[in-house]
Design a protein around this ligand. Structure first.
Ligand SMILES: C[S@@+](CC[C@H](N)C(=O)[O-])C[C@H]1O[C@@H](n2cnc3c(N)ncnc32)[C@H](O)[C@@H]1O
Length: 202
């Protein structure tokens, strides 16, 4: 997908859920929660889209803040949280802006397909913003498209990063706790290779 896309336009003009909006919580998020015993602890989702994963974290007893650039996505997410009967502090905000999220306020940050849409020159800043939101020793779980997937047309699927590109942007602020290979499975059945990177704030 082209990273120059206007996210707000994409959500506003959509007549059906966007390709990444699978409507079920990410299994990688569920595993990390179990591994780290995160239920009940303050959490942040960056680029939450229509809120499925933020709502799932709230259902685990977490105080959740969730942000997205798109006001339309945030409105949909608020409706979904209401229907689910959970409280999530949703906000339309650019994570790259200073002060978008309160400093050292959460134990866990989740991003699914957001770090990977950042232009190369913005990835370090993104990692700094994540680190700033986390308490000391907090964790960031990042799901990102992988360059290990061979594609004829690179735009035909999520952006693709090498592990070296990810590590280069995050290593100053994070130690790598675990890296796995997984897939983004889309509602149309398409599968794209993904990195699952669990990091701990230094
Ligand atoms: C590929 S979508 C993934 C959405 C959601 N995480 C999911 O899995 O359904 C990328 C999301 O990141 C959001 N986004 C892009 N740049 C952002 C930024 N600088 N700050 C906050 N959100 C951003 C977009 O609006 C979009 O909802």
């Amino acid at each position: 997908m082209n990273t120059e896309i206007s996210w707000e336009d994409a959500y506003k003009n959509a007549t059906e859920p966007l390709p990444w909006d699978i409507g079920t919580p990410a299994p990688e998020l569920q595993s990390a929660f179990q591994e780290l015993d995160m239920a009940g602890r303050p959490a942040l989702e960056i680029g939450c889209g229509t809120g499925t994963n933020a709502i799932w974290m709230a259902e685990q007893g977490c105080k959740v803040v969730a942000t997205d650039l798109s006001a339309t996505a945030i409105e949909t997410a608020k409706e979904k949280a209401k229907t689910a009967g959970v409280v999530v502090e949703f906000a339309a905000a650019d994570i790259l802006s200073e002060g978008a999220v309160e400093s050292e306020s959460v134990d866990f940050v989740f991003d699914r397909g957001v770090f990977h849409v950042m232009a190369e020159g913005k990835r370090g800043l993104f990692a700094l913003r994540v680190a700033s939101a986390l308490k000391n020793g907090g964790y960031w779980l990042c799901l990102a498209g992988s360059k290990d997937e061979l594609r004829e047309n690179p735009d035909n699927g999520p952006p693709q990063l090498s592990l070296a590109e990810i590590i280069d942007a995050v290593e100053k602020s994070f130690e790598i706790h675990r890296v796995e290979r997984s897939n983004f499975t889309l509602p149309n059945g398409a599968m794209h290779v993904a990195w699952v990177v669990l990091m701990r704030k230094r």
